[in-house]
Write a protein that binds this ligand. Structure first.
Ligand code: CTP
Length: 401
């Protein structure tokens, strides 16, 4: 169940060329399971049609005609009552001014006045309009009342100028919507450190020894922790994935860099999903190894064991209250995992069989078994990495209780 599953999201679309991006946002919200009701202002309709939104949300999109239609007397009130969140993207300087001053002269602003749900605003306008003291004062007023303002981003503006005024990207707005929906979740006020990806051990300035980890499971855990309201630090080895919105991201390459980043943190929980190197070149070459010098003989040495180091550092005061590890195994899954649970002094280990085609590295699914320090075990069927992440976060929050 995603944080957006069956949530009633009202998406207000006002008159800006960024309206075309709102269609993408509507689509992303609907794909994440939200029930998206779109309300377009008159100016919004000039840029994008209600049909565009209906096509991506599978639900009716509303316009000012509905303000005077058959259900006009109840429509804005029912929207206001049932909505879990109102997001206005793009939001013009004009609508911002109306919201700040309680003006209700179209279906969107009437609804905004009737609603008591959280409000997220993604401004879009020309740079000068954004900088204008009137707009800044109006935004400050809305912020003070609890509205969350996303962006605007800097960059090319429709006027041809460059500056702050571009509507934030739909992925960024979606991420902020998730944060607002999750802010009172079961991990609210808790700090969670998640590691992800496969570390890279340098052979020389251009080559490295790495592994097949895609980082998908770790990133999904970071997102699930954000959805549960946690303050998330994601320590990541290089991956091709997009950073989860709202996480503090620390990029590292090697096992040693990851260890240093982990030891610089203290938190309620550490979830070590990263595939950390066990072996590293003893002396990486300072300069690129050249073919003409023949085939290099690389001597390896043991890489730092991050969980092992954390376990010994915890003896003198707890840096992390709960530590969750992974066991990636190709044989004797449960025995090896149980052994790691004990030797690394973990509260929970997530054992996964990496020899299966549909689980482990790179794929979107995983088949895992949870082993707890108290000796209990939970065998899970094949599920998406997102679902596995939600289960891990559920157990982490129970362990923290
Ligand atoms: N891990 C770690 N530091 C390492 C290697 C692994 O902290 N140098 C962590 C991983 O992030 C994972 C857990 O230890 O949470 C188990 O990792 P895994 O690769 O399964 O086990 P190893 O300890 O490396 O043992 P082996 O490779 O011999 O199975």
């Amino acid at each position: 169940m995603s944080i957006l599953s069956n949530k009633h999201i009202l998406l207000g679309v006002t008159g800006s060329i960024a309206g075309y991006k709102a269609a993408d946002l509507a689509s992303k919200l609907a794909q994440a399971g939200a029930l998206v009701d779109v309300i377009l202002t008159g100016a919004g309709e000039k840029f994008v049609t209600p049909l565009t939104f209906q096509s991506v949300t599978g639900r009716r999109a509303y316009t000012d005609k509905d303000l005077w239609g058959n259900e006009a007397h109840v429509l804005h009130v029912s929207f206001g009552k049932t909505a879990d969140l109102l997001v206005i993207a793009p939001c013009t300087a004009d609508t911002i001014a109306k919201l700040a001053n309680g003006i209700a002269d179209n279906l969107l602003t009437v609804t905004a006045l009737a609603a008591r749900c959280p409000l997220v605003i993604a401004p879009a306008m020309d740079g000068g309009m954004f900088d204008h003291p009137a707009t800044q004062e109006n935004l400050a007023k809305l912020k003070e009342r609890g509205a969350v303002i996303v962006g605007p981003a800097e960059g090319h503006l429709a006027s041809g100028l460059t500056g702050a005024g571009r509507m934030s990207e739909p992925a960024e707005i979606l991420g902020q919507v998730r944060i607002v929906l999750g802010r009172n979740g079961k991990l609210a006020g808790k700090r969670i450190v998640v590691t992800a990806g496969g570390t890279q051990e340098a052979l020389d300035p251009v080559r490295a020894i790495t592994n097949h980890s895609s980082g998908k499971q770790g990133y999904a855990i970071a997102q699930a922790a954000l959805d549960a309201g946690a303050d998330v630090c994601l320590i990541t080895a290089p991956t091709a994935l997009t950073q989860p919105v709202g996480a503090r991201v620390i990029k590292v390459n090697s096992a040693m860099e990851m260890l240093n980043a982990v030891l610089a943190e203290s938190a309620d929980a550490l979830i070590m999903a990263a595939a950390v190197a066990d072996f590293t070149p003893k002396t990486p070459a300072k300069n690129k190894m050249k073919k003409r010098d023949g085939i290099p003989q690389v001597e390896l040495t043991a890489a730092v064991d991050i969980l092992g180091t954390v376990a010994s550092s915890q003896l003198s005061g707890k840096r992390f209250h709960i530590v969750v590890g992974f066991a990636a195994e190709s044989q004797n899954l449960l025995e090896n995992a149980a052994e790691k649970l004990k030797s690394k002094k973990l509260d929970l280990i997530v054992a996964n069989d990496i020899s299966a085609n549909d689980a482990g590295f790179a794929v979107d699914t995983n088949r895992v078994t949870f082993l707890f320090a108290n000796g209990t075990k939970e065998i899970l069927p094949l599920m998406s990495k997102t679902e596995v992440a939600e289960k891990i976060i559920e157990h982490t929050s129970k362990l923290l209780e």
